[in-house]
Write a protein that binds this ligand. Structure first.
Ligand SMILES: Cc1ncc(COP(=O)(O)O)c(C=O)c1O
Length: 370
């Protein structure tokens, strides 16, 4: 069994993907070809925002968003430590300070009730992460940000396609950033990403920053980066949009079925993520909480079931970020890091495979109890 089944997806979309790639090979505009604009137009429309700017990766989207907002050395950006490194990394790369705020233990998203206390005169932005495919509490976070005149950047690398209170992920904050890394809900065949905003000036800034700060050819009006998404990758995402709504529905169904099948295992110490009633989860990863994770993972591996850990340590327990918070800060993130384990998840996961995962996990947990 594969942790993420990209081969079945390619088999289902082969004619569209092959034709899309061939079209780029035929016209030869590998950089900023017509597929770039076509993808941006499609994604802006489905996200309900004025502007989509494709960029080289999800990491680059975060960097360009921060640069477009003018975040600079000494500024503070409030974020979750329980995330992939890129979130804190891009803040620190600009010389700004990632200010880590703990998570809600049942969703693993940043706890909005703790944000206000972390705001200082140097705070410029709040960067919630919509972890595992569930949008963070953006309504509460946007309200706090509005009171203090701050921007909100949603790190939606794992949640593109999800909605909260009827609003799409990436379309409900100052800037939304996503990733098209192959394993993400909407993935390409390499690196890619996008940022989304309704703000004309921020979109213009992001477009300039992604091409070395050029406002016109060889007119460099600001510091930028080489941050374009290439045309071939845009063609792949365009082709994948053909069945994206079906895939999102499958992700929701498979997540709900996992929840239903795994509920009885809670008596053996298994924990399930909570999905808030006003939103859905597209399960970028299907993640559970398990006791004695090493033993459970080993038992599943022996049964042919791949698992992964997203993420073993919060950022402030990583050497590169240790200076930004004391080790005893954000205790719920530390606990989550010790217990989270992700199970095989992709739109093409069969019921038979899912049943096998559940049976193996039940056996592993019973083995712990014996
Ligand atoms: C929460 C989060 N933020 C940012 C990123 C970075 O995206 P990319 O790998 O496309 O640079 C990822 C990717 O794993 C992620 O999961």
């Amino acid at each position: 069994m594969q942790f993420i089944d990209l081969k079945s997806q390619y088999a289902a979309l082969k004619p569209q993907i092959d034709a899309g790639i061939q079209a780029v090979l035929d016209h030869g505009q590998y950089i900023m070809g017509p597929e770039v604009k076509a993808l941006e137009t499609r994604l802006a429309a489905r996200t309900g925002v004025k502007h989509c700017v494709t960029v080289a990766s999800g990491t680059e989207a975060l960097l360009i968003a921060l640069m477009a907002l003018g975040v600079k050395a000494g500024d503070e950006v409030i974020t979750s430590p329980f995330t992939f490194a890129a979130t804190g990394e891009m803040i620190a790369l600009l010389g700004a300070v990632p200010v880590f705020v703990d998570i809600q233990p049942d969703t693993c998203n940043i706890d909005p009730a703790l944000i206000e206390a972390a705001i200082t005169p140097r705070t410029r932005a709040i960067m919630p992460v919509s972890l595992y495919g569930q949008v963070a509490d953006l309504a509460e976070i946007n309200a706090i940000a509005a009171t203090h005149g701050l921007a909100v950047i949603e790190d939606a690398a794992q949640s593109y396609g999800a909605t909260c209170q009827g609003k799409p992920s990436c379309g409900a904050s100052t800037i939304g950033c996503t990733s098209f890394f192959p394993s993400k809900p909407l993935g390409c065949y390499g690196d890619g990403g996008a940022l989304f905003t309704d703000d004309d000036a921020l979109a213009q800034a992001a477009r300039e920053i992604r091409v070395h700060g050029q406002s016109a050819r060889y007119t460099h009006t600001r510091i930028g980066v080489g941050g374009r998404m290439d045309t071939l990758q845009c063609a792949v995402v365009l082709a994948k949009l053909e069945r994206f709504d079906w895939e999102l529905q499958r992700r929701r169904e498979i997540g709900a079925r996992y929840h239903q099948l795994l509920a009885p295992l809670q008596s053996l110490g298994l924990g399930l993520l909570a999905v808030r009633p006003d939103r859905d989860c597209v399960w970028g990863q299907y993640t559970v909480f398990v006791p004695q994770r090493d033993r459970v993972q080993a038992a599943l591996q022996a049964a042919g079931i791949p698992t992964a850990v997203h993420y073993p340590k919060p950022l402030h327990h990583q050497g590169a970020y240790a200076a930004y918070a004391s080790a005893d800060a954000c205790p719920l993130s530390v606990t989550a890091g010790q217990t989270v384990m992700s199970l095989p998840m992709s739109p093409d996961l069969t019921e038979a495979d899912q049943d096998q995962v559940v049976a193996a996990l039940a056996a592993a947990l019973q083995g712990l109890a014996a």
